[in-house]
Design a protein around this ligand. Structure first.
Ligand code: NAP
Length: 261
């Protein structure tokens, strides 16, 4: 086991989950790639990691909470990257709905993480999830099984689980529209709080941000958005590391007491 500890990635066969596994492994974490398709995960990831001994593979379906404690055993952190969005079906034909995966699945994982004494939970949600009049909210919520509503319920369920188990810190990362492009570095993205920004951002950059959260203490118990910059920043000296970018993030409680949330 590496000195940096074990991080479990739930939804490791998803496009963002895969980037998270690769980013964590390249930074020296031991990674447990948890997914419903273990053989696909193994084949997809082993050819890309630097050190295959730093990755192990386990089966997980977040609808089955009885197995989650063994999946999370000995982990320092867990990333929740699963979503029903990839598995959209005609309503009523699948149990794999946003309510089941993005809401109840996230709560199952949070509760199991708290029980297993996991210190950090990083939940990937979505930009505009509280902005009910925005185009992304209205479009996604009406066409994809009320996914924005259920993603927000997942966020609230995770926060509630933390409140009952304060030793497990949460971070909610809300990306804009995800694209498959190589990382362009910290200077190409921006973070914000208050659900005000949404713009396309590469999964590779979001994965780096999720990893950086583990190193930046003020992201504990915080919710923030991440989006690509539409154009080169006018800031004279934009942060050039993901960690430096995150130093502006404030815990949710501090935002609500200063009236910023
Ligand atoms: N796409 C966007 O533009 C966008 C924008 C903002 C936020 N997001 C959010 O960002 C996250 C990552 O998105 P993405 O597009 O990279 O991934 P994705 O295509 O939504 O894939 C998520 C993965 O979740 C896994 N999954 C589904 N049901 C599961 C279950 N019951 N148990 C365990 N795993 C399950 C699936 O893998 P298997 O089928 O292999 O199990 C799937 O590949 C999601 O939460 C998404 O909602 C996406």
């Amino acid at each position: 086991m590496s000195d940096k500890g074990l991080v479990v990635v739930i939804g490791a066969t998803g496009p963002l989950g895969k980037e998270c596994v690769l980013a964590l492994e390249s930074q020296g974490y031991h990674v447990r790639a948890a997914s419903r398709r273990v053989e696909v995960a193994r084949e997809m990831l082993l050819k890309s990691v630097k050190n295959p001994s730093r990755v192990d593979f386990v089966h997980v379906d977040v609808l089955e909470n009885s197995v989650l404690s063994s999946v999370l055993k000995d982990a320092h952190a867990v990333f929740f990257c699963a979503s029903a969005s990839a598995g959209w079906r005609v309503p009523g034909t699948s149990k794999n709905t946003p309510k089941q995966v993005d809401y109840l699945g996230a709560v199952h994982v949070a509760e199991a993480a708290a029980q297993a004494k996991v210190k950090r939970l990083v939940l990937v949600s979505s930009a505009m999830v509280t902005n009910r009049t925005s185009f992304p909210y209205l479009f996604l919520n009406s066409s994809f099984g009320r996914i924005m509503h259920w993603k927000r319920q997942g966020e609230l369920g995770v926060i509630e689980t933390h409140e009952k188990n304060p030793e497990m810190a949460y971070t909610i990362v809300r990306p804009g529209h995800l694209i498959n492009e190589a990382s362009k570095g910290a200077k190409s993205i921006m973070v914000d709080q208050g659900d005000r920004i949404s713009w396309r951002v590469s999964r590779a950059d979001v994965a780096q941000i999720c990893c950086a959260c583990l190193q930046v203490e003020n992201t504990m118990n915080a919710t923030f958005e991440v989006a690509g910059r539409k154009q080169a920043t006018s800031q004279s000296n934009p942060p050039d590391t993901y960690e430096a970018l995150l130093t502006t993030i404030k815990p949710d409680k501090k935002l609500s007491t200063t009236g910023q949330s």
